[in-house]
Design a protein around this ligand. Structure first.
Ligand code: ATP
Length: 421
């Protein structure tokens, strides 16, 4: 018989008191209704690894929505339910807990979304991606803290291995290929030998997965601390080329991703910027292909388009004689991440300097006079208002005028020259 491992002390030590108390109460309530309650998935893995993770995923042998309704009365928070999936989310203060009814899944064909029916914890764990994610901890009062490790997850954690649960795993759901690379690189683990062989065998199965689901996996990868590691591994194994044959996860990309993080907020992964850098080597046509396959959102698609359109202007931007107004003209209207992608990607120090000048200063410069001010100066309404404002903008950018009064004089001068008032 295998030894029983109890993680109650570890839970107490690693998780915030609010969540520990919640689990103790939730276990009691579940059992009082004849249900069994378990903590499952990533949080169990991270408890064993000693890594912080407060995203509680609970599985109920019974009815998650019923239990969630009972618990929200005790905790006073918000409840969201999905009756179709028999899941619920509880939110209170800064905490959030997911509850799911234990279920089993079957796949009608590779890549299809699974057919789901209520099941036991055992079947719920069997549908999971990797042994290290397929452990549970019982929260019933009599068994509180007991580790349930049916597939050797703890052993694999110890040996730093990412291992699927059965031979058909990647065929059933090829998104697990990307997920496997993500865990391997995040945790500095290795794909277990047979898992690696099956992954390579099943790479063509990626074509059975919808672009939406692949995009979701990419977003998860871009949320990692070092997504470039996953992309490098994906290139090495021939996974990246399934996304597009021209993509590379090379040293250039790694360097640019690192710089991208330095330039952006640490709390928000720069998804548009990362994607623009990844797609930087594509032609316009190839990029359009990627945009429609992944069904990218409008702003991200625009970033990819802008990034390539700006790439074509880098030669002009590398001219050391450019005036500020000309620099502004070349860069105005493009999305910020697309401009930053070109700042990072350009080899020309002059072009980079010009882009930096635009991002740091020129884009904020505006004339002091407005259209109304011009009307008040006696200029007739019509297209010349717009023209004059544009000329003022240029003069401001090029430092030819620095005050509102100066702008007025400039306009008056132009008017007497051209006599267009
Ligand atoms: P982390 O990225 O830290 O693992 P998480 O554990 O919350 O976060 P999710 O992507 O939310 O990861 O998935 C929750 C659990 O659901 C996983 O631990 C895994 O057991 C299971 N899971 C998720 N996606 C799949 C999949 N495609 N196939 C099988 N199991 C999956």
């Amino acid at each position: 018989m295998t030894e029983t491992i109890n993680l109650a002390k570890r839970i107490e030590k690693q998780l915030p008191a609010e969540l520990v108390n919640f689990m103790l109460v939730a276990g009691k309530v579940a059992v009082s209704q004849g249900q069994n309650l378990y903590l499952v998935g990533g949080v169990v893995r991270d408890l064993l690894l000693g890594k912080p993770n407060f995203d509680l995923d609970l599985v109920v042998e019974g009815d998650a929505i019923d239990l969630a309704h009972q618990l929200i009365q005790i905790n006073q928070g918000k409840i969201t339910t999905h009756p179709r999936f028999k899941t619920a989310k509880l939110q209170w203060d800064k905490w959030s807990v997911d509850l799911a009814t234990a279920r089993s899944e079957t796949y009608a064909r590779p890549g299809a979304l699974p057919s789901v029916k209520p099941g036991s914890l055992t079947s719920d764990l069997f549908r999971r991606d990797f042994t290290i994610n397929a452990m549970a901890i019982c929260l019933n009062p009599g068994r509180y803290g007991e580790l349930i490790d049916l597939y050797g997850g703890r052993d694999d954690l110890e040996h730093k291995l990412v291992r699927i649960l059965h031979e058909q795993s990647f065929t059933d759901d090829a998104t697990r290929i990307w997920r496997g690379l993500r865990y391997e690189q995040r945790l500095n683990f290795h794909l277990e030998r047979e898992t690696l062989e099956l992954l390579k065998r099943d790479i063509p199965m990626l074509d059975t997965i919808s672009g939406d689901r692949i995009r979701y996996e990419l977003e998860c990868i871009f949320g990692e601390e070092r997504p470039e590691k996953v992309l490098r591994r994906a290139e090495e194994l021939g996974v990246l080329l399934r996304l597009h044959p021209a993509l590379r996860g090379n040293g250039w990309l790694a360097e640019k991703f690192k710089q991208a993080r330095q330039l952006t907020s640490p709390n928000l992964p720069p998804i548009g910027l990362y994607l623009a850098l990844l797609a930087y080597r594509l032609s316009d046509k190839e990029s359009e292909h990627l945009i429609s396959y992944l069904r990218l959102s409008k702003p991200i698609a625009q970033t990819l388009r802008d990034s390539l359109s700006l790439k074509a202007k880098l030669k002009s931007l590398a001219d050391p004689e450019l005036t500020p107004s000309r620099i502004h003209h070349l860069l105005d209207g493009y999305s910020s991440p697309a401009i930053t992608a070109n700042l990072l990607a350009s080899d020309s120090p002059v072009a980079r300097q010009h882009i930096q000048l635009f991002l740091g200063k020129l884009r904020y410069i505006k004339p002091a006079l407005t259209g109304n001010d011009l009307l008040r100066l006696g200029i007739a309404p019509g297209p010349q208002i717009k023209e004059l404002l544009e000329r003022l903008h240029e003069a401001r950018l090029d430092g030819k005028v620095r005050s509102k009064q100066g702008e007025k004089e400039l306009v008056k001068g132009w008017l007497t020259q051209k006599d267009i008032s």
